[in-house]
Design a protein around this ligand. Structure first.
Ligand code: NAD
Length: 390
């Protein structure tokens, strides 16, 4: 089923904070949000450097008077306009997410925020409270979760095709920071500084992605306790880790492992999700996102392909180009942005029916990511001990 239609009535008037011309992730946000015209980019505070941000906004086609020096000026000016923005995406370093997201919600805006949502569970719960109070949504940029084969894996687990889930084997382990590249790369420099990155590096930067994917595929699994050990192989990164291994016990008796690393020399992305049941396993790898490996004990491996008629309905609901053509990161993110837009429109209309059938990485997913990082750090700091999760 090829879906090329906008899922919302009108484009949502949208701004960005951060994601400037030299940023790593800004382009992906814009590609995703603008792809189906669910959003129109009409304002922003795109850069820590106001002049550079203004010039970049104008280059993108934003009116000069709507390119602001910082998020406070942006929210104040937009609130005063009859055609002011309805939503904002926050693509700045981690230390700013909480203050910007809170200010945006208090200004009556829907929010899409980068991960990790903030530094502590207390902050995340506060954002949840303000969002509920203001009746606005918070979407979290767990972009890989928008790949269609994640929906297929979820449907297969729900249908019992794997049997009882026994093992959850997760990894996001790349090699790009095997050396101290932060000496010359500003986007890595802030990631290894706790002032900007928060209490962790790879746990928050990488681990929160497969953790959310596992929650999506097997939502019935709840972490009971975990143990984390973390290391700084590039010594100057301490106390932040560039490698970490987490063990997790789930309350149904399943066992999980998560390997997060930025020093897995030679690896590209290395994000893999393997779910092992009593009868069969599923494996998904973000470098080949159009395929899902389905491995039944005593049978040949089956590689399921995106876009095919044999997939579950949910796995083809966001198909854009049909089977055989590879979809990728931009489409995965656009799928999530599409769902964010539907959630924003339905929330503003009070359309409970539409919201009931919609799933996207929401404020609860943001809170859970922060809770997982916080627990991992607590375990690692105590010497790598088992700790209760809740
Ligand atoms: P970056 O350092 O490359 O870019 C940060 C951008 O934010 C720059 O344009 C900078 O000028 C701007 N900025 C910084 N402080 C600002 C402020 N106070 N107001 C306005 N603009 C400001 O960082 P990045 O790699 O793009 O990461 C940004 C965020 O995105 C981080 O939270 C990171 O964890 C997240 N991220 C997520 C993914 C993902 O897959 N979801 C991938 C990469 C980065």
């Amino acid at each position: 089923m090829i879906v090329g239609r906008r899922q919302t009535e009108k484009p949502i008037r949208w701004a960005m904070v951060g994601g400037g011309g030299t940023s790593q992730i800004g382009y992906v946000h814009r590609s995703a949000a603008l792809r189906d015209r669910t959003f129109d980019l009409v304002a922003g505070a795109f850069d820590i450097d106001p002049e550079r941000g203004r010039a970049f906004g104008v280059e993108l086609g934003v009116a000069p008077e709507r390119c602001h020096a910082d998020y406070r000026a942006l929210f104040a000016a937009e609130a005063a306009r009859p055609d002011g923005v309805q939503a904002v995406s926050i693509a700045t370093p981690n230390n700013t997410h909480y203050a910007i997201a809170k200010a945006a919600l208090e200004s009556g805006l829907h929010v899409v925020c980068e991960k990790p949502l903030c530094f502590s569970v207390a902050e995340a719960e506060e954002l949840k409270r303000v969002a509920a109070d203001k009746r606005k949504i918070v979407g979290v940029a767990y972009g890989y979760a928008g790949h269609q084969m994640i929906e297929q894996a979820r449907a297969m687990v729900a249908a019992g095709e794997l049997g009882d889930i026994r093992l959850v084997n997760l990894a996001f382990a790349h090699g790009f920071h095997s050396a101290a590249v932060e000496e010359t790369n500003p986007a890595t420099k802030w990631r290894v500084d706790p002032t900007f990155a928060g209490p962790s590096y790879v746990l928050g930067d990488l681990g929160t992605h497969p953790i959310y994917i596992a929650e999506t595929i097997a939502p019935h699994l709840k972490i009971k306790r975990l143990l984390c050990a973390r290391q700084s192989f590039v010594k100057s990164r301490a106390p932040l880790e560039d490698n970490a291994v987490t063990l997790m016990e789930y309350d149904n008796g399943a066992f999980g492992t998560v390997w997060c690393s930025a020093v897995n020399a030679g690896s590209m992305h290395g994000q893999k999700v393997r779910i092992v049941g009593a009868k069969a396993s599923l494996e998904w790898w973000d470098e080949r996102p159009n395929q899902l490996s389905f491995e039944v004990q005593d049978e040949p491996v089956r590689i399921l392909e995106r876009g095919m008629g044999y997939l579950a309905r949910q796995a083809t609901a966001e198909d854009r180009i049909g089977a055989g053509h590879p979809e990728g990161l931009f489409e995965a993110w656009a799928n999530l942005y599409g769902r964010f837009a539907v959630a924003m429109e339905a929330t503003d209309r009070g359309d409970r029916g539409r919201l009931a059938n919609l799933r996207y990485p929401d404020i609860d997913a943001g809170v859970e990511g922060v809770r997982w990082v916080e627990a991992c750090v607590r375990s690692a700091e105590a010497g790598g001990v088992w700790i209760d999760y809740r």
